[in-house]
Design a binder for this molecule. Structure first.
Ligand code: OXD
Ligand code: MN
Length: 615
């Protein structure tokens, strides 16, 4: 691929020798043909996307339907995060803990240096200075990603504040996270022979490595999503969770929304759900109940810190959405479908014959013919999926019609409530409120969910996913639980209320009982009623549950028995759950595990009481 006018030396106003030295070191290691410092301009986006179209990495969509938008088809072997190839390289293995893959940092460094040696031969190496959060904001952080993937550059342009403005702000002495990425597919081999590029270069040998002590990221072999856009999971969650523990703040896998009640009272909620469980849908919720308004602040990550008034303030460190496309449609998430009207990169979805995109759930009626995500002819009779279940859209947040005016505010918003949810076909009720912060932390720590296509591996298997952070906590999970307890102590009376929610209860035939999506506004209404002190809750061992008549079910075709079945405490199921939680807690190092969570479990078990067998 030939580069058009590019900038191969750092911009003149750039005075941070630390960055320049690191870039020189990496260029010496990876030996690219050239080094390009990205500036974040529209001209640069145009140049890169044109080059990727010429190279076959991107297909330009019909501008009449989807202006300035593109489709990428990944290698079928590179379609999701690779959790089994994700490593925390802390000096002490106990600092990575039982839920992470650990590697010795010095051994890993040697291994990576070999992998990265000449890994960019024949390619362009891009230097991407970026900010997570508004540039210079009190809760924001800087990084510099090096990559040999132009797809990653274009995606980072949508997902972060990238380019000259970020670089200028990283003055000498300002902390920044070095994040190195290579697809691991040099174009020139050891004998100096140049090979043709492929549309989606990658390497079957993948490594997503984090060095928490030195706060560095090294990612090799994948061009996809959370493996390659290093500002997202690698920095904003794994490395940031370590920074947050050390500095007294929180880096969480949470959406942030502003809710305005019919009485014009405003609340901010943060909510943690595992990957591909509807965070983007909740973040863009269009309430069905009259008078309610939901505005979007973030759909995936929240950085939260106590403000000067002692209350918890949150920012969305990202600038765009990397949302799951299948299942996103006019009935499920009309706001998202409007957000992606143009200026969007789609990955692994189907291409319609008219040059637009399609995926399962976008419209009720599929196109009569399309090209599927892997590039094959497809018709509704094919019996295969047109889009990959982890097909994605990447789009700037400010295109979202419901984006809050001040979503970009460097000071963030005050969080009134935190929600934890997962895909639980049974046991966990529609909504419950934690009695105390400690019970809320217990709810987060005991979250479990069915696996989805967002990561490689089996789908639909129930696994513990504490705080939806199982694949994203960059240190020992028991220490992370303790950090949550400590944050509650620090916040004291100012701590947000905590709720557990579950939209995914199923009936005997496996059908979802709760309608979900926009109807989730009804649960938000109950939560706000609790925050305002207007609604009562039934105190139970698993928290405060709604009174059936206080849930707004107007217009829903759910009968009272069905509703009771999903809002009540199922004691038998919870006794099983408590026993299972005891086993789960046993997987953590006792000396690190917070006593408060053990006490919560003891309390739950005691209050549930023994099973009474009819005589
Ligand atoms: C994501 C994920 O991409 O959680 O947000 O996998
Ligand atoms: Mn996510």
């Amino acid at each position: 691929m030939t580069m058009l006018a590019t900038r191969t030396t750092p911009p003149l106003n750039h005075r941070n020798p630390e960055i320049a030295d690191w870039v020189d070191d990496i260029a010496r290691l990876t030996t690219p043909d050239e080094v390009v410092w990205v500036d974040g301009s529209t001209a640069e986006w145009d140049r890169l996307t044109k080059e990727m179209v010429a190279q076959g990495t991107l297909i330009r969509l019909n501008p009449e339907w989807r202006p300035n938008s593109f489709l990428a088809r990944s290698d079928p072997a590179d379609v999701a995060r690779v959790e089994d190839r994700t490593f925390i390289c802390s000096v002490d293995p106990d600092d990575a803990g039982p839920t992470n893959n650990w590697r010795d940092p010095s051994i890993m460094r040697l291994e990576l240096s070999e992998l990265f040696s000449h890994s960019m031969r024949g390619r362009t190496m891009y230097v991407i200075p970026f900010s997570m959060g508004p540039i210079g904001g009190a809760l924001s952080q800087f990084g510099v990603q090096i990559t040999d993937s132009p797809y990653v550059v274009a995606s980072m342009a949508l997902m972060t504040r990238m380019g000259d403005a970020a670089l200028e702000a990283i003055t000498p002495g300002t902390p920044w996270v070095p994040a190195l990425h290579s697809v691991g597919a040099p174009l020139v081999d050891d004998d100096g022979v140049r090979h043709d590029d492929s549309a989606w270069p990658n390497n079957e040998n993948k490594y997503i490595c984090h060095f928490p002590e030195s706060r560095e990221i090294w990612s090799f072999g994948s061009g996809y999503g959370g493996n390659a856009l290093l500002g997202k999971k690698c920095f904003a969650l794994r490395i940031a969770s370590v920074m947050a523990r050390d500095e007294g703040w929180m880096a969480e896998h949470m959406l942030i929304v502003r809710v305005t009640s019919p009485e014009n009272r405003v609340f901010h909620l943060a909510a943690a759900f595992p990957s591909a469980c509807g965070k983007t849908n909740l973040a863009m919720l269009a309430p069905t109940i009259p008078g309610w308004k939901v505005e979007t602040i973030g759909d995936d990550i929240a950085w939260m810190r106590p403000g000067p008034d002692g209350r918890l303030r949150a920012i969305n460190p990202e600038r765009g959405f990397f949302g799951v496309a299948p299942g996103t449609g006019l009935s499920t998430n009309p706001v998202a479908t409007k957000t992606i009207w143009g200026n969007t990169i789609f990955t692994n979805v189907a291409l319609r014959d008219d040059g637009d995109v399609w995926w399962e759930g976008l419209t009720d009626t599929p196109p009569a013919h399309a090209t599927d995500w892997a590039g094959n002819d497809w018709t509704p009779a094919s019996g295969t999926r047109a889009a990959h279940p982890n097909g994605r859209f990447t789009v700037a947040a400010d295109q979202c019609p419901t984006i809050a005016d001040d979503w970009n505010s460097p000071d963030g918003v005050v969080i009134d409530a935190i929600l934890f949810g997962g895909r639980r076909p049974s046991t966990v009720p529609l909504v419950s409120q934690a009695r105390t912060w400690q019970q809320g932390v217990f709810m987060g720590a005991t979250m479990a969910s069915e696996t989805t296509a967002a990561a490689t591996g089996e789908v639909g298997v129930l696994r513990h996913d504490p705080f939806a952070m199982l694949p994203f906590t960059g240190y020992n999970m028991a220490d992370y639980f303790a950090h949550w307890i400590a944050m509650g102590e620090r916040l004291g009376e100012n701590a947000p209320a905590i709720f557990s929610v579950n939209w995914f209860r199923t009936d005997a035939d496996g059908r979802f009982i709760w309608p979900g999506f926009s109807e989730n506004a009804r649960v938000i209404e109950w939560i706000v009623g609790r925050l305002e002190g207007d609604l009562a809750a039934r105190a139970t061992p698993i928290g405060g549950l709604p009174l059936a008549h206080e849930l707004n079910l107007d217009g829903l075709s759910l009968d009272v028995d069905e509703i009771r079945g999903i809002i009540d405490l199922d004691k038998t199921a919870w006794r099983r759950e408590a026993a299972e939680i005891a086993d789960y807690f046993g997987t953590f190092d006792e000396t690190r595990f917070p006593i408060e969570l053990r006490r919560e479990l003891e309390r739950l078990t005691r209050e549930l009481g023994p099973e009474v067998t009819p005589s």
